[in-house]
Design a protein around this ligand. Sequence first.
Ligand code: MD6
Ligand code: FE
Length: 208
Amino acid sequence: MTNRVELKPGVIYFPQLLDRAAQESLRDEIYAAIHSAKLFQSTMPRWGNPMSVKMLNLGPVGWVSDKSGYRYQATHPVTGQNWPRIFPSLLKIWDTLTDNYAAPEACLINYYSATAKMGLHQDRDEEDFNAPVVSLSLGDTALFRIGTSERTGPTQSIKLQSGDGLIFGGPARLDFHGIDRIYKETSTLLNEGGRFNLTLRRVTKPHL
Ligand code: MD6
Ligand code: FE
């Protein structure tokens, strides 16, 4: 098992959770999924401004955002098709990091170009806040900022590199967080540059 660094209660950082070979195979699985299902451009609720990040989901449901709000839905907003399945390799990582918590139902894939960022936000569209969110980074390094459950609370920052993992749960599950910037050309994993972030989520409450 790799290093495990508790950044604060509920936030555990796993530097280099995935070695280069694991990163390459995950990258290739992502490319195959994107080839069949296509990234889509999300827009912010209400005003409809485009987000700088492009998205795709895997799993029975996926997270989408448009003028009418944020929600989980079973189909791709552009094609109307079901989302591709969550890769078995990802389910295995989830089981290891969450100690076999009920299976994740969504894997949100975010793609950041060198200039993309993500504003401070909470992940609160899930019914089950007992489940942690598991995050994986591939490609260029990103500056990740974590605050508190209040938007204006103090924050700490950490650079997430290709292959790093993060668990976000427990008392930190509703903490604000975001990506301030991408460090261009810091990884050779993606030919086109930029960064993928995958977040695995349990959406509904597990039934006994
Ligand atoms: C990113 N991550 O790393 C954005 N959300 O690109 C997230 O928004 C995130 O890393 C919930 C839990 C972990 C995360
Ligand atoms: Fe998030």
